[in-house]
Design a protein. Structure first.
Lengths: 763, 158
């Protein structure tokens, strides 16, 4: 993969990651392995019922365990933080359960000890009794409001895009997003064909290899929290709010992240670590085990009912989308997932009449949040399966049918926003060309059948959000960048340094990116939703440009002629008579945005940039076992101008393999609210043998005209098309259509048997 | 709980450690020697993030009781580089972009070294089989396979 190398020689370079040496020598530091002198370890006792009122919590046996420093419940937390609820969209999550428990695994009490094994042993001795309440687990059932997960919903109003959330009662619906364009019923009335299908996705989770970890060191005049957080600015805001303090007394430090994928966004273990440090007057570390991660944050399961009307010429003239998002017990960022993905639920198609209803629902399950795509992979799974089914039913080539209906540059999207800089057609054409789509395809022989499929998707990036950056040139001419984007493996430090280097004409590898620390690094909304390269990229560019202008000024001030190449250090020497001084440039970036109109979702400016990507696959299906082998996986994306082509390629490849797991086998098994496979032994993720024999990744030639150096975000793109491309290929191979993930051999085999009128007996 | 003093060789140096019977090797390396290259992730010996070499054999440090290190020779990822040089496997991981978040990287590098010691010129299938016990959630597998082959090329005698 290659891009355009710009004149400064930095943007467009496949520079190895700046932190590469630290990562291959074992020196890279992660919160989960950090220690602070005098630190105590916290271990939690967790709810054993999915929904219930707490009758009693007996901590006496835990307190009696030798080595235990203290045992605390939600009531103890209230003595130091009177209103101990947090969350990015609703203040619905108690630091430890208060009054009620909402899911199996909710933290109910915590034990502190210097030895984590002692704390764990003691936590197991805590006995809580509950008055069990009826529970609801399914998102569609939750919408009936027969069982209420929360008595009252309290919106947080922290984020600009979620200001409209209202306090509600007697409902499980945290947010219902509506979009109306044209008249969908009229469209259906005019249609020659109507298709309606319902698709489902399962509960899966991020499983970043570094489990969540936070260390809080509380003092009366300030608190320092080390945390595996994707958004330290938000953590600081939320901790300051809980304390009733100004933000400048709260310091959040983030070393490297053993990745995040959205699972370490907003606020996770930080508030618990803070409260326990306040109660114990000691530094406290909350570091989860991998098992506990299964009870902390997951991806949204979803049900998507999609209906399309097609006219006699094969144009999609109406599409109705209803999506129910299973948010679990706490909203986390589910409302944003619901709204932002709701924007584009009708897909990358030019449809005159669109109706979208997207519902964020509470259930008695572990909470769900953002996972690499903010709901888009769930939507694409449905609309690209649906699109393929329509094409096949109408005996149309699935590629031609898509191309006929594709949303093209300059046309209004369902939100009313005009499509710009979204190479949807180029992406689709590139996939088709790589698959030799129009040529005959070898279908396999005997019991092993071959098939192929493709899918293409569109996303609107989250807006409005702000990034701030500082570029500091020191007296020796060396350059330091302060930016709050968290490098969790996506290579942001390297890309940001490349952009600074491009402006200042310096090799990117000489630029230091300061470790994240809210005491020194300015505000950033969060490392999420593929927003950072665009938003922080602009902030970094602006900061570097300001520094560049000041350098030019200094050059004039010390009498250097225009166009002089005198080293920066010489300029400082001339001005200060020694190696001294700084030049500081700052940059703030917030794109324009017009919020969607309530009730219709219409806006002329839904997003600062569109994201588009797709996948193509060739597979074989063993009809005797249901096993699907991915022979070839093609990922194609519009990334604008790739800032670092090699890192872009690893992002595309990695994202698609992650989605391959969510497509083929990953699933949290849940029995009456109890997750029964909360370990790597029972929950399979992709391993080295799951990599398809052939993987191809391509960034189409593109340029984001309002992006920094023509670039835009990448991290989520290759998750979009994988699931429907595979399901489409399975139908192509064996004629069965699967409408619920994952596509395990058992599911495929049962479908083949049913298709052949030989259903397996136990169905 | 029993506390014992054990003696072993750590990255070429004779050392002692105070350990309790339930402590594992990763905890001991992190708490007593500030070596954090081996990290616990799954806690079940299934992901390979905690890989440590004991008497030349790769073990899952999260399952290996610290007391069992008594009298052994323990090598961690921190022993591979000097301040000026990198091991060819480490260099190949950088050149091929064979990691993203880096959390699992120590384990992959130690296993790749172990593979190349047994089989200096492995093919793709041999690499996959040997590394099947290591997981990478960022899924840098294609780049890891590439890196092992690159390291093999760069360590072959001229």
């Amino acid at each position: 993969m290659s891009g355009t190398v710009l004149t400064g020689g930095q943007v467009g370079r496949s520079l190895p990651r700046l932190e590469a040496r630290a990562k291959v020598t074992g020196a890279a530091e992660y919160t989960h392995t950090m220690r602070v002198p005098g630190m105590l370890y916290a271990k939690m006792a967790r709810s054993t019922v999915p929904h219930g009122r707490i009758k009693s919590i007996d901590v006496s046996a835990a307190k009696a365990v030798p080595g235990v420093y203290g045992v605390y419940t939600g009531e103890d937390i209230k003595t130091v933080i009177p209103d101990p609820y947090y969350g990015p969209a609703f203040h619905d999550q108690p630091i430890l359960a208060l009054g009620k428990v909402h899911y199996i695994g909710e933290p109910v009490a915590a034990v502190l000890a210097a030895d984590p094994h002692v704390a764990e042993h003691a936590a197991a001795q805590i006995v809580a009794e509950y008055e069990e309440l009826p529970a609801v687990f399914d998102e569609v059932e939750a919408a009936e409001d027969k069982v209420l997960v929360h008595d009252e919903l309290k919106p947080a109003t922290t984020f600009a895009d979620l200001k409209h959330l209202k306090g509600r009662k007697d409902t499980n619906c945290a947010l219902d997003f509506r979009l109306r364009r044209g008249d969908v019923e009229k469209g259906f009335a005019q249609a020659a064909h109507i298709f309606e299908h319902t698709f489902k996705t399962q509960k899966v989770l991020h499983l970043a290899f570094e489990p969540h970890a936070s260390i809080a060191d509380y003092k009366d005049d300030g608190v320092t929290i080390y945390s595996s957080a994707q958004g330290p600015s938000f953590v600081r805001t939320e901790i300051a709010r809980l304390l009733g303090w100004p933000e400048n007394r709260v310091r959040i430090k983030v070393p490297f992240l053993g990745s995040g994928y959205g699972g370490k966004l907003y606020i996770k273990m930080e508030a618990l670590a803070l409260a326990l440090s306040m109660l114990s007057r000691r530094p406290v570390k909350v570091a989860l085990t991998m098992e506990e991660v299964f009870f902390t944050i997951t991806k949204h399961p979803s049900t998507f009912k999609i209906k399309s009307g097609i006219d006699k010429d094969g144009r999609v003239i109406a599409r109705k989308c209803e999506i129910w998002w299973n948010g679990g017990a706490f909203a986390d960022i589910g409302p944003r997932v619901t709204q932002k993905s709701g924007f584009t639920a009708s897909g990358p198609y030019d449809i005159e009449n669109v109706s979208i209803d997207s519902y964020a629902l509470y259930t008695n399950l572990p909470p769900a949040g953002a996972l690499r795509g903010f709901g888009i992979p769930q939507l694409v799974w449905a609309y690209e399966s649906h699109t393929d089914m329509i094409a096949r039913a109408l005996k149309r080539d699935p590629l031609d049918f898509r191309k006929q209906n594709l949303l093209r540059e300059g046309r209004p999207h369902a939100t009313g926003t005009i499509l710009k800089d979204a190479a949807i057609e180029k992406v689709l054409d590139t996939i088709a060309a790589r698959l030799d789509w129009k040529k005959p395809f070898e279908r396999g022989t005997g019991t092993v059948k071959r098939g192929r499929g493709l899918a293409v998707a569109l996303k609107a990036v989250i807006s409005p959000t702000t990034s701030v950056a500082i570029v500091n040139v020191g007296g020796d001419g060396s350059c330091t960048l302060y930016c709050g984007t968290i490098d969790m493996g996506q290579g942001s430090d390297t890309a940001m340094a490349q952009m600074v280097g491009e402006v200042l004409n310096m090799p990117a590898e000489t630029i230091r990116v300061v470790p994240r620390d809210t005491d020194v690094v300015p505000y950033d909304m969060g490392t999420l939703g593929s927003r950072s390269l665009f938003h922080m990229g602009h902030a970094v560019r602006l900061a570097a440009e300001e520094a560049k202008a000041k350098i030019a000024e200094l050059r004039r001030e010390v009498g250097e002629p225009d166009g002089s190449n005198a080293p920066l250090a010489d300029l400082f020497q001339k001005k200060y008579g020694m190696q001294a001084g700084n030049i500081v440039g700052t940059g703030t970036y917030k794109p324009d945005y017009i919020p969607p109109e309530a009730g219709t979702g219409q806006t002329t400016n839904a997003t600062p940039f569109w994201m588009t990507a797709g996948a193509g696959v060739e597979i074989e299906v063993d009809t005797e076992t249901g096993h699907v082998r991915i022979l070839r996986l093609i990922n194609v994306a519009d990334v604008g101008n790739p800032i670092n082509p090699r890192i872009v390629e690893t992002q595309l490849s990695g994202a698609s393999l992650m989605q391959l797991g969510f497509t083929m086998f990953e699933k949290m098994h849940i029995d009456n609210g109890q997750v029964t496979n909360a370990s790597f032994a029972d929950y399979k993720i992709p391993g080295i043998h799951d990599v398809p024999a052939i993987m191809e990744n391509e960034a189409v030639e593109a340029y984001q005209s309002n992006g920094p150096f023509g670039g835009k975000g990448v991290g989520e793109l290759a998750t979009f098309g994988v699931s429907p491309a595979i399901a489409n290929a399975i139908e192509d191979a064996v004629g069965v259509r699967l409408m619920e993930l994952p596509l395990t051999p058992e599911v495929v085999f049962r479908a083949i048997r049913a298709h052949n009128n030989m259903p397996l007996g136990d169905e | 709980m029993v506390t014992r003093t054990i003696s072993f060789t750590l990255n070429g140096r004779a050392v002692n450690a105070e350990v309790q019977s339930h402590h594992n090797l990763v905890e001991m390396l992190q708490s007593q020697f500030a070596l954090t290259g081996a990290r616990e992730s799954c806690g079940q010996g299934l992901c390979g993030c905690c890989t440590v070499m004991v008497d030349g054999l790769a073990v899952s440090g999260c399952l290996f009781l610290a007391m069992r290190a008594d009298g052994t020779e323990v090598t961690t990822v921190e022993n591979l580089a000097t301040p000026k040089t990198l091991d060819p496997v480490q260099q190949a991981f950088i050149d091929c972009g064979a990691f993203q978040c880096g959390y699992c990287t120590s384990g992959f590098i130690l296993m790749a070294k172990s593979l190349l010691a047994e089989n200096p010129d492995p093919n793709d299938d041999e690499i996959k089989d040997y590394l099947a016990g290591n997981l990478c959630r960022c899924a840098a597998y294609p780049e890891i396979i590439d890196a092992v082959k690159t390291a093999a090329r760069n360590t072959k005698p001229a």
